[in-house]
Each structure stands twice: as structure tokens, then as C-alpha cells.
Design a protein around this ligand. Structure first.
Ligand code: FAD
Ligand code: UDP
Length: 396
């Protein structure tokens, strides 16, 4: 390894400069511990990384909206950035017809012309009874059953089936039910994509959060970018007594029990000579034939004026293989069983390594869950009961 840093000076090696790794490094620094963070990409922030172009903040790995009910986490992240009040209101385009998401009275009106909650509920019940005759009292076993039992067949066919099957590269009948429960179903006229009380996006983007962590660490966080842990694995493990690893857990063990499945993505961005191209931050293309799932127009995340150019990004799902980025764990039964073997392996053969984050824990975590879990790991590692609360003056 290019010996830029003397590895003996560190308390922790942290693999991955995403929210999990950086939060742990920052909290360790507050407790006087020094970390070397190695990151295979050339920048910090993981999948939340953003950059500013023509005055527009672009999220490099898909739209990231911070949303949580966890007041502690909300206060925690606002130490490092000011947040705007962005509320995601997604529009779905199904073969040229537009619907509001998530599923609410506007969607039901657009689909059926129903005007009251009772009419909409009756329509859903009728379709559910027809499509899922044998469901009875048992719980829905897969995403298709879950979706139909929540919103009926018409909306399932138009807004869920095509989108879901291209997003995951699998039949909706082969996907776990919990995935669709991420989206609210409401019988009021409310297009807010999330139910959470606290929502927003950092003004100027997410990257500053992690830059501020490094800056406020008083020199106790060193970051080595463009460095893949696996290029120096044996050396790192020999030299660091304690490691936090936020990459793929199966890769850490050289896939010895087999590969966990992931879903990958490809992003295609364009600067367009238009002051306002699509009139909304996110438009989902829910038919099966359009190869991308959603199209973002970044200026709308910051409420920027209709002037100058605009930047859009299309998100194309793709199969994962070892040459591609793993964006989503596929948390079905088969992978859950395999993941348990890796957890056992970690406990028995790598007790000096903590595994964390979306890839280290193989869990479909949102950012707030990742910050919360990282702070829990800090509590365990330092044997403390800190509630990480801040006096209001500390919160910018
Ligand atoms: P990551 O952010 O993935 O960071 C892990 C880092 O480890 C990466 O930088 C990676 O390069 C590095 N790494 C991995 N292996 C190695 C190695 N071998 N050597 C060195 N470095 C390595 N969450 C929300 O709350 N709201 C949203 O709106 C939202 N939208 C999303 C949209 C998309 C398209 C995706 C993919 C995710 C979205 N998320 C959202 C989830 C969010 O991205 C994650 O919760 C968060 O990034 C997880 O943080 P992490 O630190 O666990 O992992
Ligand atoms: N989904 C859908 N149609 C949509 C949007 C989402 O069927 O227009 C389903 C799809 O299966 C997706 C899941 O709901 O994977 C969760 O959506 P979310 O927007 O939370 O996905 P993420 O932002 O995590 O990719």
C-alpha cells in the first residue's frame, strides 16, 4: 500500500465513507479516537453524494430525501447542514396518463372517478375480493398479493407491476411484501410521498455533512479515497486492531457461502436548455416498456426559479454482477438465509470487525436508519448511554 499514513497511529480502520462509516468516525473522534477511512470511490458521502453544477445541486446516485420520525436523528444531521423543507410529491406517468403518488384520494379519483373515501374503499375491496379469492385471513405472501390487498388490481396493474418488475428484475410474485409497504396508502387528498414528520434536503447537498464531520474532527479523521479495501485486505486486518466495514458482507468473506443478490442501477444525466423541463422533481414511468423507472429534475428539489438551464437524470435499473455497484439488497427469504450464514461467519471468524450500513447489514435501510444504527454502534463500542441530543443552540 502506498504508505501515505502510518497505520500504527490509528484506533480504527473504517471501510466506506458513506453515512455509516463517517458518522462512526466522527463520534469516535469526539471521544479522542483516530480513524483511517478508506473509500474506493474518489469522494466521500457514499450513495448520498451530491455535487453542485450550474448552481443546481445534483444527487449523483438518485434522489435522496431525508425523512424520519426520529427527532434525535433529525437534530443530529442538522448539526452539519441546514435543511430545506422539500416534500416529495411524485407524479406517475403510465402510458402518457398522469397519476399522483403515493396512493391517495387524488390517485383514486384519477383512476376511478371516486370522490369519497367510502367509494374508494369499496372499489378496492371489490377488486381485492375478485383477485384474491383464496387469501382469506392469511397474510399476503408476496408483493403482488400485498399490493392488490392494499389498493386493488387497477392501480396494481398501472402503477406497481411494471415499475416493480423492472426495478427488481423479478416477478412481483417473487418479491417480499414489505417492499410495497414503504409507500403510504391514504384516504385523504395528500400527495406527500412519506408519512414522516421531519423531511427535507440539505441546502447545497449532502456532501457538506461529511466534509463537516472531517473538518470538526480536529485531525482525528483521515480519508484515503480511491482505495479499495480488498487491494490490501490482509495488510489492513493485520495492522488494525479494530475495523468497521460498510461494504458488501459476502465480498468480505470472498463469497465463500455464495453470492447474496443485489440490484444495480445506471444513471443518465443531461443538461437541457429549458428553464423548467418536466414541472416536478420526480416523475415515475410505471409502464413495463420504458427502460427507466424515474426521471429527476434537480432544480425542483431546491425550489429554484424557472430560469437558466436545467439538469435531469434518468434512473435505469440493471442486473448486478461483481463489476457493478450494489445499490439494493434483495431481502427475500433465500438471501435472508444466506445472510445469516455470513453473520455467523462474522461472529466466529472476524470478531474484530464491526459490520454496518446497507451493504454490511444487507438491509434496505434509508438514511435515517443508517444514522441511527451508526449511533447505536457507537453506544455499543464505547459502552455509553449517550442520547446524542443537542441543545437547540447547537442545531444550525
Ligand atoms: P453507502 O452510502 O453505500 O456507503 C458505503 C461506501 O462504502 C460507499 O461509498 C462505497 O464506495 C464504499 N465501499 C464499499 N466497498 C468498499 C471497499 N471494498 N473499499 C472501500 N470502500 C468501499 N435513503 C433515504 O433516506 N431517502 C431517500 O430518498 C433515498 N433514496 C435512495 C435512492 C437510491 C437510488 C438509492 C440507491 C438509495 C437511496 N437511499 C435513500 C438510501 C441511502 O442511499 C442509504 O441509506 C445510505 O447511503 C446508506 O449509507 P451506508 O453508509 O450504509 O452506505
Ligand atoms: N413502486 C411502484 N411504483 C412506483 C413507485 C414505487 O410500484 O411508482 C414500488 C416499487 O416496488 C419500489 C417500492 O414501491 O421498489 C418502493 O418504492 P420507493 O420509492 O420507496 O423505492 P426507492 O426509492 O427505495 O427505490
Amino acid at each position: 500500500m502506498a504508505n501515505k499514513f502510518n497505520t500504527k497511529n490509528y484506533d480504527y480502520l473504517i471501510v466506506g465513507a458513506g453515512p455509516f462509516g463517517m458518522t462512526f468516525a466522527y463520534e469516535a473522534a469526539k471521544r479522542g479516537k483516530k480513524s483511517l477511512v478508506v473509500e474506493k470511490r474518489s469522494f466521500i458521502g457514499g450513495n448520498t453524494h451530491t455535487h453542485v453544477e450550474n448552481g443546481i445541486t445534483v444527487h449523483d446516485f438518485g434522489a435522496h430525501i431525508f425523512h424520519t420520525d426520529n427527532k434525535m436523528v433529525w437534530d443530529y444531521v442538522r448539526q452539519f447542514a441546514e435543511f430545506n423543507g422539500f416534500q416529495n410529491q411524485v407524479v406517475a406517468n403510465y402510458n402518457g396518463k398522469l397519476f399522483n403518488l403515493p396512493f391517495n384520494m387524488n390517485t383514486f379519483y384519477q383512476m376511478w372517478g371516486t370522490k369519497t373515501p367510502a367509494e374508494a374503499k369499496a372499489k378496492i375491496e371489490e377488486q381485492k375480493a375478485e383477485a384474491l379469492k383464496e387469501l382469506g385471513d392469511r397474510q399476503p405472501r408476496n408483493l403482488e398479493e400485498q399490493a392488490i390487498s392494499l389498493i386493488g388490481t387497477d392501480i396494481y396493474q398501472a402503477l406497481i407491476k411494471g415499475y416493480t418488475e423492472k426495478q427488481w428484475g423479478r416477478k412481483a410474485t417473487e418479491l417480499p411484501a414489505f417492499i410495497i409497504k414503504r409507500l403510504p396508502v391514504r384516504f385523504i387528498y395528500d400527495n406527500n410521498y412519506f408519512n414522516h414528520r421531519y423531511q427535507g434536503i440539505p441546502v447545497g447537498g449532502y456532501t457538506q455533512i461529511f466534509e463537516n464531520m472531517v473538518e470538526r474532527s480536529n485531525g482525528l479523521i483521515d480519508v484515503l479515497t480511491d482505495t479499495d479495501f480488498f487491494d490490501h485486505k490482509d495488510e489492513f486486518l493485520a495492522e488494525f486492531p479494530r475495523v468497521l466495514y460498510t461494504g458488501m458482507i459476502d465480498q468480505f468473506f470472498d463469497y465463500k457461502h455464495g453470492e447474496l443478490e443485489y440490484r444495480s442501477l445506471r444513471f443518465e444525466s443531461e443538461t437541457i436548455d429549458s428553464d423548467n423541463y418536466q414541472g416536478n422533481a420526480v416523475i415515475n414511468y410505471t409502464d413495463a416498456d420504458t427502460p427507466f423507472t424515474r426521471q429527476m429534475e434537480w432544480k425542483h428539489f431546491d425550489g429554484l426559479a424557472d430560469e437558466g438551464k436545467t439538469i435531469i437524470t434518468r434512473e435505469y435499473p440493471q442486473d448486478w454482477d461483481r463489476t457493478k455497484e450494489a445499490y439494493y439488497p434483495v431481502n427475500n427469504e433465500k438471501n435472508t438465509e444466506l445472510y445469516k450464514q455470513y453473520v455467523k461467519e462474522a461472529r466466529e471468524n472476524a470478531p474484530e470487525v464491526m459490520f454496518g450500513g446497507r451493504l454490511g447489514k444487507y438491509r434496505y435501510f434509508d438514511m435515517d436508519q443508517v444514522f441511527n444504527d451508526a449511533l447505536n454502534t457507537v453506544r455499543e463500542e464505547f459502552g455509553i448511554d449517550d442520547d446524542f441530543n443537542f441543545a437547540h443552540d447547537d442545531v444550525k
